[in-house]
Structure formats: structure tokens, C-alpha cells
Write a protein that binds this ligand. Structure first.
Ligand code: FAD
Length: 287
């Protein structure tokens, strides 16, 4: 199933998972996938290391497993640390497993890994993928601007190159302030970007995640969000429930505002994905 076709029919609801670390057992993620499948997402995407951790083969295995379970898989494919020959080999593996949906990415630049030069941007990879087969291709986008760009307008002009190269739809970086998404969506439309944009939602349900959010994610943290996190950070159960409620509120507002889709960063936590799916299923299916 090509994901782009879904957007004509409905508000898309999808999940993201990540492969276990190299040399870890895949049994846990397979169990998680079985639990996520029961929630009937429109697709499940699987992340792929931009280089270093060697989880690319795992990512293909997991995408295959998603497909076997009857759910449409999407595989992420970062290019900055791979040569054309390496990407070609991965693409052959993806094609041989019957995976049609690819999230084409540059990947973060790691100061310890000198980038390769065949693909400098996701748009270069998308042009290459278009020459190699009839894939459904998604791209990433950043409501609060990618950190490498000076401002959101420049970033959106670059995003347009990604769409012109052939991205069929887009998935956003996580955000906690829906207004930043609405502002971005409006600016993207003015720039002529008219492909569907799924909103990336990350439920923050434990203290480690809060610390990571504050130090690395770059998403702005609205006062309401900070207040909730501070209030419950020492009570794991309350924090989990508050994080789920916050994500549900974001989704309700986004769907009411006509979002094309919701992409849930599950962090491989099927319990949280279930709670959110159950809370929003009537809302999502009403569109
Ligand atoms: P690009 O589109 O290349 O953009 C990077 C920067 O270059 C931006 O500032 C942009 O404005 C600029 N730019 C883009 N195109 C051009 C152009 N043609 N000319 C000049 N400037 C340009 N990383 C992983 O390693 N593995 C994953 O599985 C993964 N999954 C992700 C999923 C989602 C939904 C998102 C939002 C991100 C994900 N990432 C992943 C992180 C992503 O790889 C990083 O954010 C990376 O820094 C940028 O990737 P990109 O594809 O957006 O890059």
C-alpha cells in the first residue's frame, strides 16, 4: 500500500518505532510490533541509524516484520554517511522485501563521522530514489525550523526543493505547541508546498524524556507543558498520565484544525500508544 493514497481518504494515523541496539535481542521489538498492530495504525515507520550504530539491517528486518503482520511499513533512509553504492545496496534490500514506502532523510551530521559527499541533502536522495523505482517517498519537515537553517523562511524554501524533487508527503519533527505547526503549515502553503503534512507527536511520559527534551530537542516548551512536567516529574505514574493527556489534547486540537495526519513517536512503548489510540480513535475516524 502506498501511503500517499491514504491521505485522499482519511486523517492518517501512524506510529514510529526504532530498532533495538546492535547485538540486542529483537524479540522485545517484535512483541511491541504485535501490540501496535492490534491498534490498527495506517502504517508503522522504522528509524534507521545515520551511521555508526549499524542498525540498518535491523531496520529492514523490522520493516519486513511489520509487512508480514499486515500493516503497511515505511523505512527511514538517511543518506549523509552513505555512498551512492551503499544506498543502492540498501535500496535493493528494501525492494527485495517488497517495501514501497521510504522516508528519505539526510540524517544528522555527526562530528565523529566525516560525511560522504554523494548526497548532501534529502532532496538529492529523493532525486536518486525517483530514478530507481516507483517508491512512495516522504520527507521530514520542521515547524520550528531545522537547526542548520538561519530562519524558518529559508528552511521552507529548502523544503520546497525536497517536494519538487519528488516527496509525496511530509512528517514533522515533534512539537509541543500546536500554534507553531499552524504557522508553519500556513507558510508552507504560501510557498507552494501542497503535499500532505503529518504532525509528529511525542508523548513525554518519563523523566529521562523530559531531560532530553530540555537539552536536545530544540522544540519550544509551552508554559502549560513545563508546568505539567515540573508538577509530576517525581511521580512516574502521574507523569505518564499527564504526558498521555497532553499528547491527546494536542491531537484533538490538530484534528479539529484539519491536520492531514498524526505520526506518533511511540518510543517503542505500546502501552502509551494504546492509551492514546483509544482516546482519539473516535476523533480520527470521524474525519
Ligand atoms: P535536509 O532536508 O537535507 O535538511 C537539512 C538542512 O539543510 C536544513 O537546514 C534544510 O533547510 C537544508 N536544506 C535542505 N535541502 C537543501 C538544499 N537542496 N539546498 C540547501 N540546503 C538545503 N535521522 C536519522 O538518522 N534516522 C532516522 O530514522 C530519522 N528519522 C527522522 C524522522 C523524522 C520524522 C524527522 C523529522 C527527522 C528524522 N531524523 C532521522 C533526523 C534527521 O535526519 C535530521 O533532522 C537531519 O538533521 C536533517 O534531515 P533532513 O532529511 O530533514 O535534511
Amino acid at each position: 500500500m502506498r501511503i500517499k493514497e491514504l491521505f485522499d481518504e482519511k486523517t492518517v494515523f501512524s506510529f514510529e518505532v526504532f530498532p533495538p541496539k546492535k547485538n540486542s535481542s529483537v524479540d522485545v521489538i517484535y512483541q511491541t510490533l504485535d501490540e501496535l498492530r492490534d491498534l490498527k495504525p495506517d502504517f508503522i515507520s522504522v528509524t534507521f541509524s545515520a551511521g555508526g550504530s549499524g542498525n540498518g539491517h535491523f531496520a529492514c528486518d523490522i520493516a519486513s516484520r511489520i509487512k508480514e503482520s499486515g500493516v503497511t511499513p515505511m523505512i527511514h533512509l538517511p543518506c549523509i554517511n552513505y555512498s551512492k553504492a551503499e544506498i543502492e545496496a540498501t535500496l535493493e534490500e528494501i525492494q527485495s522485501r517488497g517495501i514501497e514506502n521510504i522516508l528519505a532523510l539526510r540524517g544528522d551530521i555527526n562530528p565523529d563521522i566525516p560525511p560522504k559527499t554523494d548526497f548532501l541533502h534529502a532532496s538529492d536522495l529523493i532525486t536518486f530514489l525517483r530514478s530507481k523505482g516507483d517508491f512512495d517517498i516522504a520527507g521530514a519537515c520542521y515547524p520550528e525550523c531545522h537547526p542548520d537553517s538561519e530562519n524558518l523562511v529559508d528552511d521552507i524554501m529548502n523544503l520546497r526543493k525536497k517536494v519538487e524533487a519528488g516527496a509525496d508527503h511530509l512528517i514533522t519533527q515533534l512539537f509541543f505547541d500546536n500554534d507553531s505547526f499552524y504557522d508553519f503549515r500556513e507558510k508552507a502553503a504560501i510557498a507552494g508546498i501542497n503535499v500532505p503534512i503529518e504532525a509528529g507527536i511525542m508523548p513525554v511520559v518519563n523523566k529521562n524524556q523530559i531531560e532530553r527534551m530540555v537539552t536536545t530537542c530544540g522544540a519550544s516548551l509551552p508554559r502549560k507543558f513545563v508546568k505539567i512536567m515540573q508538577r509530576y516529574e517525581h511521580n512516574p505514574e502521574a507523569l505518564r498520565d499527564a504526558g498521555i493527556a497532553y499528547a491527546v489534547n494536542q491531537i484533538v486540537d490538530l484534528v479539529a484544525s484539519g491536520v492531514d495526519g498524526i505520526h506518533l513517536y511511540t518510543m517503542n512503548n505500546s502501552y502509551v500508544a494504546r492509551r492514546i489510540s483509544e482516546a482519539v480513535s473516535g476523533i480520527i475516524s470521524s474525519c
